[in-house]
Design a protein around this ligand. Structure first.
Ligand SMILES: Nc1ncnc2c1ncn2[C@@H]1O[C@H](COP(=O)(O)OP(=O)(O)OP(=O)(O)O)[C@@H](O)[C@H]1O
Ligand SMILES: [Mg+2]
Length: 225
C-alpha cells in the first residue's frame, strides 16, 4: 500500500508581487510524497527546489494552491500551528545551517531534546550517538564556530535526526561533504527509513544522492519536468 504523506496541489510561490523583480519560483506543482520512501528533487540552480521544500516544511505559505500533510490542509494554518507540526513531525536540514556558534556540537544536537523536558545527560547521550554515526565522535565538545563547513553540516544533520522525525526534509545535505561521508550519511538515512519508517524528501545536485532515492523529480523554472 502506497500511502501519501505529503501532497502539494497546484502550488505556486511568487515573490516581488508583480513588481520589477517578480519571480514565480514554484509554478503549479502537484506532487505526492509516499510514506517510507526517499524522494529527491534535482534540477539547475534557481529552478525552485529550495522554495518547494520550504512549502513542504511549512516554512512558507503558498501564493496559490494547497499543501497537505497526512491528509490535512496545512497551507492556511497560522504560524503557531505550522511551528507545532514542524516540531512534532518534521526534521529540517536547511542550506544555511542555523547552528548556535558558541555552543558545542553536542549541545547544539541535544537542544531539540531539551525542549521536550528530557534531562540534559540523557539528551546528550542521544546526541552523542547521532554525532558518532556521522563520524563526529572526536568533535563532540568543539564549539560549532571551531568546526569546518562539512563538520557543521553534519552537526545540523545530527540535530535534525535527534527527535526521530516522521519526515526528514533536507536541502542539499551532501553539498559540503566528500564522497565517503556522503555514503555514510546515506547509510544512516537508510537505517532511519528502515527502523523508524521515516520519509525523506531532499534536494540535491549530487548524482550519488539522486540515484540513491526511490524516486527523483527534476525541476526547471519552477515546474516539475
Ligand atoms: N525570498 C525570495 N525573494 C525573491 N526571490 C526569491 C526568493 N527565494 C527564491 N527566490 C527566487 O526563486 C527562484 C528559485 O529559487 P530556489 O532557491 O528555490 O532555487 P533552487 O532550485 O533551490 O536553487 P539552488 O540549486 O541554487 O539552491 C530563484 O530565481 C530565486 O531568485
Ligand atoms: Mg536551493
Amino acid at each position: 500500500m502506497m500511502e501519501v504523506i505529503i501532497r502539494t496541489e497546484g502550488v505556486w510561490k511568487s515573490f516581488g508581487q508583480n513588481g520589477p523583480r517578480h519571480v514565480d519560483a514554484v509554478k503549479d506543482v502537484t506532487v505526492e510524497i509516499i510514506r517510507g520512501k526517499k524522494t529527491a528533487l534535482g534540477g539547475p540552480s534557481g529552478s525552485g527546489k529550495t522554495t518547494l521544500l520550504g512549502l513542504m516544511m511549512l516554512l512558507t505559505t503558498p501564493s496559490k494552491g494547497k499543501v497537505y500533510i497526512e491528509g490535512e490542509d496545512v497551507s492556511r494554518f497560522s504560524e503557531v500551528f505550522r511551528a507545532k507540526i514542524r516540531r512534532e513531525k518534521i526534521g529540517l536540514i536547511l542550506q544555511a545551517n542555523y547552528l548556535i556558534p558558541h555552543l558545542t556540537a553536542i549541545e547544539n544536537v541535544a537542544l531539540p531534546k531539551l525542549c521536550t523536558d528530557m534531562a540534559k545527560s540523557r539528551a546528550e547521550d542521544i546526541a552523542r550517538d547521532k554525532l558518532e554515526q556521522l563520524d563526529l565522535g572526536h568533535r563532540l565538545h568543539f564549539k560549532v564556530a571551531e568546526l569546518s563547513g562539512g563538520e557543521q553540516q553534519r552537526v545540523s544533520i545530527a540535530r535534525a535526526l535527534v527527535n526521530n522525525p516522521k519526515i526528514l526534509i533536507a536541502d542539499e545535505p551532501g553539498s559540503s561533504i566528500d564522497k565517503k561521508l556522503t555514503w555514510n550519511l546515506l547509510k544512516l538515512l537508510d537505517d532511519m527509513v528502515k527502523n523508524n519508517a521515516m520519509t525523506i524528501v531532499l534536494a540535491s545536485h549530487n548524482q550519488l544522492i539522486l540515484d540513491w532515492a526511490d524516486r527523483s523529480y527534476m525541476m526547471d523554472e519552477g515546474k516539475i519536468v
